[in-house]
Every structure is written in structure tokens, then in C-alpha cells.
Design a protein around this ligand. Sequence first.
Ligand code: SPQ
Length: 430
Amino acid sequence: MKLTTNKQSLSGTINIPSDKSISHRSIMFGSIAHGTTTIKNFLRGEDCLSTLAAFRSLGVAIEDDGETITVHGTGFEGLKPAEQPIDVGNSGTTIRLISGILAGQDFSTELYGDDSIAKRPMARVMNPLNQMGADCRGREGSEYPPLTIKGNPQLQPLHYNMPVASAQVKSAILFAALQASGETVVIEKERTRDHTEDMIRQFGGKIEVTGKEIRVQGPQRLTGQEVVVPGDISSAAFFLVAGLILPESKIVLENVGLNPTRTGIIDVIKQMGGRITIEEEGENNKSGKITVETSELKGIEIKGEIIPRLIDELPIIALMATQAEGTTVIRDAEELKVKETNRIDAVANELNRLGAEITPTEDGLIIQGKTALQGGKVTSYGDHRIGMMLQIAALLVREGEVELEKSEAIAVSYPNFFDDLEKLYRAGGN
Ligand code: SPQ
């Protein structure tokens, strides 16, 4: 599709779409709990709809009246074998987290997805789940999907030092630990998003977290709850950056989830000199209103423990860095290579096609600042976050057109992205 180019200013207020990570987990916890769970503000993006369909095919009754999702939880023991292999679409979160739930079942399940899912590494979840007693196998002896998960109702607890910083791996182990007999201990490499830990508590379970060490005593029985999903900071990120780098802009983003394990981008914006204000509201200040204004930014180094707190925002942070004064260096982000696409290569290739000066490295990117962008043909590689980042980049293109291939990927996490963008540039007088 032809992207919108050459916009001078963005203005207005956007109610950000709901959090993808929390939406997935709300269906999962609702299903494995006993009793009814109601979910408000569920994200009806393709990935979360894959999770919803997956649990329906495991025998869970889930209703959607267009506003509230109601999950009639069966408990772990009430899940039924799926009649067909389960299609997870493009969703890494679905395939990895559901594996931890299926690991404790007394039946086998086959899980498959699209071309991108078929390339995502799964040994990271298969290894710990197999150590707990499940039998998880990939395609033709490899670690890649389709996966077959042969569950084991007598799962053993595990003591596990995580080799990668991954909330998906941690969550898969925690779902298995809730079904095992005894205490599981997981030690994170770096702290990652902790929505699974939060929801174990919310659904009446017990979990102890001390720094990077997490302890869960199994088996546990969870109880259905009311879940209200906040807005997704990973979706807000595109408009946060747009408001900072386009001239004469001021954007207000409402109801953004502010879980501290997800707010690395706010720290980076502040460090780069961005004008950003946050008004926290809601229970435990876990959501709030964020305002950004056009800013003079400066390049910085981004590395270490902050990386998991902004991993999905790195493509749009890289675009922000092309407009800052000086060089920005991103390190310790090799996990970007195993997302929906290799995001290190995708960011460098596609932004360089538009005139940026970005060097990909083994674990990150080196980005020259103050580069003018020009028209060209680009692709999202079927990755929603690359697609949205390229549309924000196109707004800066003053001459020529930008043609984006595979723009449909954006519906994975932000089905109304183009409508929200249009509101902002219309209100900005474009
Ligand atoms: O679900 P999927 O495809 O893995 O989604 C992505 C994304 O950009 O939307 C990653 F590509 O987000 C992951 C995130 O990178 C969602 C997630 C979660 O909900 O637990 C955790 C992160 O992945 P990981 O591998 O670091 O645990």
C-alpha cells in the first residue's frame, strides 16, 4: 500500500488499543481457573484472537458480546483434546505460553502457525518443559513448529537458570509449575515483563518473587476474576515517537499500561531529551496518560538490563534515533533476531532504503542521527511492528512516495492504526 507521507504536525488524543500480552494471558488464566472470568477491553487483534480460538478448541466455553469476553474456566483438569491441530497464526506468545499449559495434560496437541512462526525457536520452551516430564517435539526432529506437545499429568518441579531473557519462556515454565507437584524455581537472566506473575496473584494463586528469582509451589487451583486490560505501551510507542520527531506536534495518549517492566521506552525518551509527561492513574498507578511534544533529541547508548523492558519498541526507537543529534548505539539486543522477523536486519535494511544511515551489528544497531528520509519501496516482512515503524518514518518524507509491502501484518496488534494516525494528522491541520 501507499503510505501517508509529508506531514507537518500531529495533534490530539488517542485511546491506545489494549495490551496484547495481558489480553493473551487473560484468556489463558480464565481458562485454567475455576469459575467465570470476565474480560473488559480485550484486544481483538489477530494474535489474541488466535489464543481465544485455541482455548475454544480445547473445550473452554468463551463468549464475546462485542464488549465483554466471558470465559467459563474449566481448571487445568477440564481441558479437552483439540479435534484438529491448533493454528496460532503469527503469535509467538500463543504457541510458547500454551505449551506450558499443555505440558501437564493427559493428551497430545499439535500446534502450528504461519511462515514466521515456523522459523521461531522453540527449544527455549521445549527444553525446560521436557525436563519437567512433558514430551515436546518440533518439526522433523528440529526445534521449529509445527510442535507436538504430549502432556504428562505427573509433571515434576524444576530448578531453572534461564539462558535467555524471555517472558514467554518464563511464563511457559510458570504455567507448567502450577500443575507440577512441588516447588519450581526460575532464575531470570534479566527481569522481563511480569504479567504472568501478576495474574497468578490476581487469580488467587501464590508466587514469590525476589529479584530475579521466582518460586511457585504446585499444584495450585486458581479462581476466575474480572480483568480490565489497560492500553498497550508497545502500541503507544509509535505515536510517542511520532509526536517527538514531527514538527509542531503534541499528542496525548490515554489509558497506557505503565507496568515498570514495560516502560523502558519512557526512560529512553527522557534520556534522549524528549518532552514527555506522565500522569499516573488507576490501581497501583499501573496505567496513565502520556503527553509528548516535538523535541530536540540527542543520541544515547541503550544496553543491558533495560533491553527486555523495551525489546518490542526498539524498531521505533531506532527511527527516533535517526532524527536525534549524534549517534545512538543499541547493544545486548540479539533477541531481536528471533522475533516475527529478524528485526535488526529489517530495521537497518528498510530505513536505509529511505535514506537512513544504520549499521546492523551482532547484537544491535548503530544509528547516525539527523538523517533526512526520502521516498522508496519498503516491506514489513510480515512483522506488525516493522510495518507501523515504517509508516511513522514515511510521515517525515518530504518528497516522493513510500510504498509498503505486507502492510496487512499491522492488524496483528493494532487493527485501527491507520485510523488513529489519520485523526492525529487531521487534528494537526494537515
Ligand atoms: O507474540 P510475539 O509474536 O512473540 O510478539 C512480540 C511482539 O512484538 O508483539 C515479539 F515479537 O512480543 C513478545 C515480546 O517480545 C510478547 C511477550 C509476551 O507477551 O510475553 C514477550 C516478549 O517475547 P520474549 O521472547 O522476549 O519473551
